[in-house]
Design a protein around this ligand. Structure first.
Ligand code: ZN
Ligand code: ZN
Length: 305
């Protein structure tokens, strides 16, 4: 079978596609997130309340059945969000989580140590930001689909680090630049931020409220356009007041992380490792919170068709 044959069958029904990771296994699933054709060994099936969701083991995205007739669909659960037993602060340590975080702390600590003496620190920072952003999105997606422990670190071949990093960067800029630019121009472009005008603060609040649901949209739907207002704002409206504590907690965790990292910077030698542990733990908790928001309000948010 040539490559072109294969892509033709793939795009038609996928009926004779082969698993991307096991050349001898027929693909029975397609990951809606990373587009991979997958065999049964490459997916995990999770019972989420009244229905079963099949997710890609690699990226945590939702998989659709391909090929032979799809079994009749279990009716979708509607109504009340179901309370969850997930504990935000201990979840990162479930299963292999502790080892994943420890390995990440060593690597990020080393990178931050090197950055102290490097003239290309900005480049290191960019690489770290893209890589961590990819991981944050992966954590949200895994928690959103009821994973029981943290996903593994992103792999350079599989996880589209540049694409995820760019999406994350655009979202962050969209949430922070309007207020910053407004405050700069109110300050007469002198480089001073004029914080006396309420419009600047309203823009800041808008960005803070938008960001968590924007991250969730990027994590679950993948596409940058999915983080656009036409998808994010209705989702915020549908979750309603239950969204506000999430915004507060995410903001709180990011602020605490920034303060503690700055304090850890003063610690000789171990500072970068201390700050790495703080960053990884607190931001993983923040991302778990977003995935958990999706778990509890999946039906209201309505992104899973
Ligand atoms: Zn996938
Ligand atoms: Zn496979």
């Amino acid at each position: 079978m040539t490559t072109s044959d294969r892509s033709e069958t793939d795009s038609a029904t996928g009926a004779s596609a082969i698993c991307q990771r096991h050349a001898d296994a027929p693909a029975r699933w397609r990951c809606a997130f990373c587009d991979a054709f997958l065999c049964d060994a490459c997916v995990s099936v999770r019972d989420i309340r009244e229905r079963t969701v099949t997710v890609c083991k690699e990226c945590g995205g939702r998989c659709e059945r391909i090929g032979e007739e799809v079994a009749e669909r279990v009716p979708e659960a509607v109504g009340e969000p179901v309370p969850t037993s997930l504990n935000l602060f201990t979840f990162p340590f479930q299963g292999d989580g502790l080892y994943i975080l420890a390995a990440g702390t060593v690597v990020l600590g080393l990178v931050r140590t090197i950055a102290l003496f490097s003239f290309a620190a900005w480049f290191l920072e960019l690489v770290v930001t893209f890589y961590l952003a990819t991981y944050w999105l992966k954590v949200i997606r895994f928690v959103a689909y009821d994973a029981e422990e943290l996903p593994d670190w992103p792999s350079v071949e599989e996880d589209e680090i540049v694409a995820n990093g760019l999406r994350f960067t655009v979202l962050v800029l969209a949430c922070t630049l309007p207020s910053r630019i407004y405050m700069l121009q109110a300050g007469g472009w002198t480089g001073e931020l004029d914080t006396s005008n309420p419009i600047g603060w309203l823009l800041t609040i808008a960005g803070v409220v938008y960001f968590p649901m924007g991250m969730l949209a990027l994590a679950v739907l993948g596409d940058l356009t999915a983080a656009g207002p036409h998808i994010v704002l209705p989702a915020i409206a549908r979750v309603g007041l239950a969204y506000l504590p999430v915004v507060g907690l995410v903001l709180g965790l990011i602020v605490v992380e920034t303060i503690l990292v700055a304090l850890a910077g003063a610690v000789p030698l171990l500072g970068p490792f201390l700050s790495a542990a703080i960053t990884l733990y607190l931001l993983v908790v923040a991302m778990t919170l977003l995935g958990d928001l999706y778990r509890r309000h999946r039906d209201a948010i309505g992104w899973d068709r």
